[in-house]
Design a protein around this ligand. Sequence first.
Ligand SMILES: [Zn+2]
Length: 281
Amino acid sequence: MTKQTYFEAARVENYAVGAFNVNTYDEMMGVSDAAAKIGAPVVLMASMSSARFIGLNDFVMLAKSMSRRFSIPVYAHLDHCTHQELLLECARAGFDSVMFDGSHLPYEENLSATKKLAEQCHDMGVLLEGELGVIAGEEGAVRSSFSSFTDARMASHFARESGVDALAVSIGNAHGFYKGKAQLQFDLLDDIVANCDAPIVLHGGTGIPGEDILRAVKAGVVKVNVGTELRAAYLKSLREYAALHPQDGDVRDFTKFLREQLSETASRYLEWFNFKGRLDN
Ligand SMILES: [Zn+2]
């Protein structure tokens, strides 16, 4: 592809694009609002089930609509897809990028499936994110009770052979809320970035201390995924509003409150993605 991808644009300028899992229109509004406040591009991510829930075409149209409304690039991304046919359907529906998660497969199987899908996606002008190493926790249909760190040399080989546009790695990050303190392996990250051609993606942003996220971004992470925290903020807003208005609730009043809370949640993350730092340079 001749056009610079959003992963590459972030790599060149040393920031990370915020990628948020969304299930509803209001989450899209809140997240896009937060990104628009700093003029940053943003990625709206559908899990396999939310892609089916919202509808593939609707998801793409809504992302485009957010982009127009907020005057920032808003990308539609399919997260952690293990279902190859669904992945291709999303690519055909106009998703900007899709992730094939073959991390649970033996190395050679992951590589050959990812490579084939990358070729098919590139023919449609769609970017493909792959994964190597197992990220602990649960995300959509992908669940793992253990983690296995990404091997830097395998990552280098995998990126080169598969032709992925970005690679998700396991460096101590986990899906969901962390049980203890998140311990990112920065030496491993440096080793991966130094050896791997593909831009690096960090999943499991929820609960990683801001300073550590910023350090990972400066070390070369170009996209940070956040899901759990946004879902938690949604439900918290729902409970808070209901408690404040047991009798006199108003749908639009609630929706406004909800979007503000979601925007604040997303903003707290976007602060650490070095986008503003880029503007200071
Ligand atoms: Zn993930």
